[in-house]
Each structure stands twice: as structure tokens, then as C-alpha cells.
Design a protein around this ligand. Structure first.
Ligand code: XIL
Length: 367
């Protein structure tokens, strides 16, 4: 039955019913993704976690949360024998009580500038290989054991491939171990033993952009190596900090190369997880409405490709609202404007990007 909207509005006014200014969204991101067998979620940082309205929005829209920083090595272990679990425990406790799954991010991020200060300056002594194994092993086992059964999916290793060269990144740990591949393998093996039920992912930011070819090739080599050596890995985490822009021809080319990459990854029997999706609008000019449209269209084009892959298990954005997004701090816009790369705006109002994601889930491959 088709109901005349003016009639409904007039009737509601006569009865003094509260008429919502904007129709309530018909579905949640969580439900739209779940209908395709995908866990939708977001990262949450300290500022967002302190805001009850934001937590409520996440509880409504999400099935998954990722602690944005609280589970990283420098946060959990700021000194060689100092452990601080409070922030991570609080997020995990809240998520569990609210019926949301947790992604553990991240057990091992061997980038020199992401290591705790005490590791970055560590003296590995006369037996550096054993010392590096011991240091990384202890961290992985402590964290994976503590959150086993609570974290459904771990980013075991993050960003070990140098995007410029496609080879391993350099760091004190790479030097100490002589071969960082050894530490990567060790991290996966120990994570599996400590948290046998968790999905184990390698997470990185290779993307469909032209500049990402070496990065993609390096990640493929890494994954192939892990598979050949029978190292326990279940999924590739695709960070997806994408940047809106480019004409249709450029996007079509990117899409072709990207599909070839995703085909290879899934061909190895690996699952896919979108782990940190947001859309940088630094190259988009114009008023907010125009930027929001461009961001939504780009988000749709990008996620349509991923959603065609049945092995995609999760889709997590790096923040649900622009208010807490890391994007401004990452690479500010030239005009100094606040970026608008998340599904909700600063006031927690849904933006076209939210609708674009709901529509993309609706059109995604059935499972
Ligand atoms: C970022 C956080 O969002 C920031 O708050 C922090 O200052 C730096 O790290 N890739 C990752 C994430 O794997 O951990 C990063 O998160 C964003 C890029």
C-alpha cells in the first residue's frame, strides 16, 4: 500500500507525534553487511571511546570493533617489563558486553617508527637472533593469550613490506634477526598456538592505485612464501585508506590490476578483510555536499570490487565519524578544511558515504 507522505505528516502533527526531521535509516550498516555474511565494524580510539553518544552509535551500527591504538606494542608494553592493558581491556570488555566481535590490531608492526622506544634503541647483544626471537615471541604470546577467545581476528603482522621496493622494511629487528621473515613466521606460529580459534591476518596498505604495483607484488611474494612454508595464516587485511580522485578510465585500469591481485590472494585460499577503510578527500575541492558526493561515489566504486569476492569476511572503517578520524593529522588538506572521509559527520549525522556502503553491501555477492 502506498501511503501519502503529506497525509502521514499532517496526521502526526495533529496528534503531536514527534516527526523525525529525517526519516530514520531503514537498515543499519551492521545488518546490511550481515545479510552478505560480512562483519561490519569500525576502529575506536581513546577520544571516541570517551564519548557515550559515539559508543551508542557504534553499538547500533557495528558488529566488530578494532582498538585504534590501544592494542599496539607501544601502548601495551611501554617499557621492557611494563605492561598496560587497561585501555585495551576496557574496549574489549565493552565490545563483548555489547555483542560485538573484536579485531586485535596489531601483534607485530616491525616498522622502526612504530616500535616502542625501548625496542627501537635495544642492544641485542652477542646473540641478536635469539634475543629478537625472544623479544617478539614474548610479546605475541602475552597479547594473543590474554585476548584469546575474545578477539576473533588478529592482525598478526602489520606493514612489513616497504611500498617503494616491495622488499622487507628495515628496522632494528630486521637487523638483529638478520632476516625479518623469520620473525614474521614466528609471530604467526606463536599466535596460532596462543589463540587457536582466532583468524590470523597479514595487514597492509597496498591498494589499487598505480603507485602501489611494487607494494602489491611484495605482499604477494610474502603471502606465497608463508603458504609454501605452511605458516598459519588465514587472511589478508586490506587497510584501504583510499584517496578519492581519478577519472573513469583511471579507475577502470586500477580495478583491473586490483582484481588480478585479489584473484591471486584468494587463489591461495586466503580470506580477505577490509580492515581500515576511509576515504581521503584531500584532492576534492568544493563545498561539503560536493565533497561528500565524491567520497560516496569513490567508496561505492572501491567497495563494489571487494564485495564481489566471497572470501571477504569483514569490512571495518577507520572511524565511524569524521569527528574522531585520524585523516586530518595524517595529511592535512591544502585549504585547511576538516576532512570528510567517514560514514558519519562530526555531529554523527549519516552522510552519503553511509548510504553508499549500505547499497554496496546490498549489491554484494551472495554467500
Ligand atoms: C593510526 C591511528 O589512527 C592514529 O591515531 C595513530 O596516531 C597512528 O596510527 N595503518 C595502521 C593503523 O595499521 O594502525 C594506523 O592507525 C593507520 C595506518
Amino acid at each position: 500500500m502506498k501511503v501519502d507522505r503529506r497525509f502521514v505528516m499532517a496526521g502526526a502533527a495533529a496528534l503531536a507525534l514527534p516527526v523525525p526531521l529525517r526519516a530514520e535509516a531503514a537498515t543499519t550498516l551492521r545488518a546490511a553487511a550481515a545479510a552478505r555474511g560480512i562483519g561490519f565494524g569500525t576502529a575506536i580510539g581513546a577520544r571516541g571511546f570517551a564519548d557515550p553518544a559515539y559508543r551508542a552509535l557504534i553499538e547500533r551500527e557495528c558488529a566488530v570493533v578494532t582498538p585504534e591504538n590501544a592494542m599496539k606494542w607501544p601502548a601495551l608494553c611501554p617499557g621492557p617489563d611494563r605492561w598496560v592493558f587497561d585501555d585495551a581491556d576496557r574496549i574489549v570488555g565493552w565490545a563483548t558486553r555489547a555483542g560485538m566481535a573484536v579485531r586485535g590490531h596489531t601483534l607485530f608492526w616491525p616498522r622502526q617508527d612504530r616500535l616502542p622506544g625501548w625496542v627501537a634503541n635495544y642492544d641485542f647483544g652477542t646473540k641478536p637472533i635469539a634475543a629478537a626471537d625472544q623479544m617478539v615471541g614474548r610479546h605475541v604470546v602475552t597479547v594473543a593469550k590474554r585476548y584469546a577467545g575474545k578477539v576473533g581476528s588478529f592482525d598478526v603482522v602489520n606493514e612489513v613490506i616497504d611500498p617503494e621496493t616491495g622488499s622487507y622494511r628495515d628496522s632494528v629487528l630486521a637487523k638483529a634477526s638478520g632476516n625479518i621473515a623469520r620473525l614474521v613466521a614466528l609471530a604467526f606460529q606463536l599466535a596460532r598456538e596462543a589463540a587457536p580459534k582466532a583468524e590470523l591476518a597479514y595487514n597492509d596498505y597496498m591498494d589499487w592505485g598505480d603507485g602501489s604495483a611494487r607494494h602489491r607484488a611484495g605482499v604477494l611474494r610474502l603471502l606465497e612464501g608463508l603458504r609454501k612454508a605452511d605458516i598459519p595464516i588465514d587472511a589478508l587485511g586490506i587497510q584501504a585508506h583510499v584517496t578519492a580522485g581519478g577519472d573513469a578510465a583511471a579507475i577502470a585500469r586500477r580495478e583491473r590490476e586490483w582484481r588480478a591481485f585479489l584473484d591471486e590472494v584468494t587463489g591461495m585460499g586466503l580470506k580477505l578483510v577490509v580492515t581500515e577503510f576511509d576515504v581521503d578527500d584531500r584532492d576534492i575541492a568544493g563545498p561539503p555536499g560536493q565533497r561528500d558526493r565524491a567520497v560516496a561515489d569513490y567508496a561505492r566504486a572501491w567497495s563494489d570490487v571487494l564485495l564481489a569476492y566471497r572470501p571477504l569476511t569483514g569490512f571495518v572503517t577507520w572511524g565511524l565519524s569524521d569527528r574522531f578520524s585520524w585523516l586530518d593529522g595524517f595529511r592535512p588538506r591544502g585549504d585547511g578544511q576538516h576532512k570528510r572521509g567517514c560514514p558519519y559527520d562530526d555531529q554523527f549525522r549519516p552522510k552519503p558515504m553511509r548510504d553508499a556502503l549500505v547499497a554496496a553491501f546490498g549489491a554484494g555477492a551472495a554467500r
